[in-house]
Design a protein around this ligand. Structure first.
Ligand code: HEC
Length: 232
């Protein structure tokens, strides 16, 4: 080890020692003072800051902002801002994600999991687009844009048929996704009860291995010292 490297590591050790002395002193001070120690870091978040983060939309529609948009409006937005990657009809350009089709493919060897064929809740579509798309320019869309794009995706997936259909915060939860019923609450505590039912063994579970009957080295699966293949 060169001298400068040694010095580098030595300074870390000294620094670490000083830090631990200091934190010990702080602990003593905290223990001795009547009021609990405060870190005095940061400040309380402002309501506007919390609001800017709190944009999630839940399956029951909680969190949906007011707004509306039609399939037609969504078509225009999609062709301008999304089709370059996802394809004019959501078929996916190159290896960009496919957004439509795949209905009834879930039991196939290679299922096509799209919004239409797989996603159980429309709220995920709204939330995802609003949060993350268009890729590279996320969170640039207005709420009305996102309603319109979601309506267009419903139409591309044949979930709504009318191009004048308007999606809004009032009718949003009335849309049922084709694969919704295939998702269910985790029921393993009931469905797998017989499997998991008995108490797990925590001590003296297995008798000690009675006798070693063979060694890997004797059947030559473990290369022995110098005779093994050369590895760079
Ligand atoms: C530059 C390419 C690009 C553009 C433009 C783009 N996306 Fe995407 N999109 C992606 C990529 C990449 C993913 C996958 C991201 C990931 O999995 O982390 C994705 C994922 C998605 C998904 C989730 C698909 C799934 O099944 O998981 C949706 C929905 C979506 N995009 C909608 C849109 C909409 C609507 C627009 C236009 C406003 C748009 N995207 C524009 C690249 C793009």
């Amino acid at each position: 080890m060169s001298r400068s490297v040694k010095l580098f590591f030595a300074s870390f050790i000294v620094f670490g020692f000083l830090l631990s002395v200091e934190s010990y002193a702080q602990q003593i001070a905290a223990r001795d003072s009547k009021t609990p120690a405060k870190l005095n870091l940061g400040r309380a978040a402002l309501p506007e800051e919390i609001k800017a983060w709190d944009t999630d939309v839940r399956a029951d529609g909680k969190g949906l902002p007011p707004g509306k948009g039609t399939v037609k409006q969504g078509d225009e937005l999609f062709q301008a801002q999304c089709a370059a990657c996802h394809g004019e009809f959501g078929q996916g350009v190159g290896r960009w994600p496919v957004l439509a089709g795949g209905l009834d493919s879930l039991k196939a060897d290679r299922p096509d999991k799209t919004i239409g064929s797989f996603w159980p809740d429309l709220s995920t579509v709204f939330d995802y687009i609003k949060r993350a798309m268009p890729y590279g320019n996320a969170q640039s869309l207005s709420n009305d844009d996102v309603y319109a794009l979601t309506a267009y995706l419903l139409s591309m997936n044949d979930i709504v048929k009318d191009e004048n259909f308007e999606l809004n915060d009032k009718n949003f939860t009335s849309i049922k996704m084709p694969n919704a019923s295939a998702f269910f609450e985790d029921d393993r505590d009931v469905a797998e009860k017989s499997f998991w039912g008995h108490e797990p063994c925590m001590k003296n579970c297995k008798p000690a291995v009675p006798k070693v009957t063979g060694r890997a080295i004797s059947v030559d699966v473990t290369p022995n010292g110098k005779s093994g293949p050369k590895v760079d």
